[in-house]
Design a protein around this ligand. Sequence first.
Ligand SMILES: [Zn+2]
Length: 441
Amino acid sequence: MNAATNIAGNVAGNASNSAANAAAEAASHDHRRLGRELDLFDTDPLMGSGLPYWLPDGAAIRHTLEEFVRGRERRAGYRHVYSPVLGKRELYEISGHWAHYREDMFPPMDLGSEQVVLRPSLCPHHALIYRSRARSYRELPLRMAELGGMYRSELSGVLGGLTRVRAIQLNDAHVFCTPEQAADEAVAALELIREAHRALGIRPVRYRLSLPGAGGKYVADPALWERATALLTDVLERSGVPFEAVEGEAAFYGPKIDVQIADAAGRESTLSTVQIDFHQPERFGLQYVGPDGAKHRPVMVHRSVIGSVERVVAHLIELYGGAFPAWLAPTQLVLLPLSEAEAAQAERLRQRCLDRGLRVEVAGPERGSLGARIREARLVPYQAVIGPREAVDDRVALRLRDGRRLDPLPAEEALAGIGALVDACSAELWDGGPAGAGAAG
Ligand SMILES: [Zn+2]
C-alpha cells in the first residue's frame, strides 16, 4: 500500500517536469522547424500557402522513399501507371466526389465548353484505366499502383509545413479483384503496410476501423456498407492487430482501416489505409468475364502503404530528428581531407562514391578545422577522414554518427560496407565484423 502510494507520488511529482520536457522536446522535433534548419523544404507566399517546395536534401529523401515503396510494391505484384492530375468534372460526378466531397475540391476551371477539375483522388482515373480494356478473371487480382498528385482545397488557416497541404503526392494503389479475393488482398495490403513501417522505423499508435457517421456525407447503400465492414473486420482479426471502430471517419464510398500515427506533439493522423469499395465499381460499370463466360462486377481495394510523401516525410523528420538511417539520409557520407594535400584523393573518392550511387560530399579544410567540420556533419551517418597515410594507401578512417570510430580500412571495403547497408535499407550504421572489431569510442 505504502509502496504503491510512493510510486504514485513520484509519478505525480515527475509529471509536470516531464510535461514541460515533452513540450520542449516536441518543439525541437517539429518538422517545420527541422525542415527549415536542415534545408529540406520551404514555402514562398508567391507559390501559395500549403504548396511547399522541396530543396535538394528533402528531394533526396523523397526520391529514396518513393523508390523504396515502388520496389516493395513491385515485389508484391503491383504494376505502376501514371495518370493526369486533372479530369473532367463529369468524371468526379460519376465517382461520387462531386456530390459527396466537393467542399474539399478546387473549383472547376472552364476550358472551352467543358470544365476540368484538379483531382481530389486517383481512384476515378484508375477505374477508367481498368475499364479501358476487356478484363478476364484470369487477370485478377489486378494491382494498379501510382505515386501521383492530388489536390485538396484546405483553408489557409490550417496549413503549415508538410502535414496540411493543398498539393498532395499520394502513394496509392487500387486492386481490382473478385469479391472472393477481396479479403486476401486487403490482408496482403495490411501486411505490406506493416512491413514498410518496420523498415522505416514507424510505430503506429493504433489501427482504426473507420465507419460512417451521421449526416449525408456517405453514399446510401446499407447492404454494401455492411458487407464491406464485415470484410474489413475479418481482415483486422486475421491480421491479429488490435483495433477500435470509430464512427464518422469512413470514406464517402466505404469503410476503411486507418493506420494512425502521432506527431511530436501527440496529435494523431492517418498515415496508411486499406479500403474495400463496392461503390465505385458500380458507378463506373466495371466488369470482368468470369470462368462462366458471364460478366461480373469486380471489387476495388484502395490502399496506401506510406500515405502521402508529405505526411510520411514530416513524420520521419520528427521521428529521427534529422538523423535519418543511412539509406534515407540526404548526405550519406562526408569525406574529410585533413589538408589541401589530400584534396585530390578526396575528389577521386567522391567520384567512386557517386559511381556506387552513394550521396556524398567533400568538406575540405577551407570549411574549418577538422573538429568543426565533424561537428557540422554530425547528422551525416558516415564521416571518412583522409590523412596523409590514408591518401597514399587508399584507405579511410571511418567515424560513425553514433560516435564509433573504425580503424583505417581500405576505401573499397568501407564503400562496399556502406553500400550493402544502404541497399538493405538497414537501420544499423555498421554490421560489426572484422572491419568494426577494432572500433573505439
Ligand atoms: Zn482510391
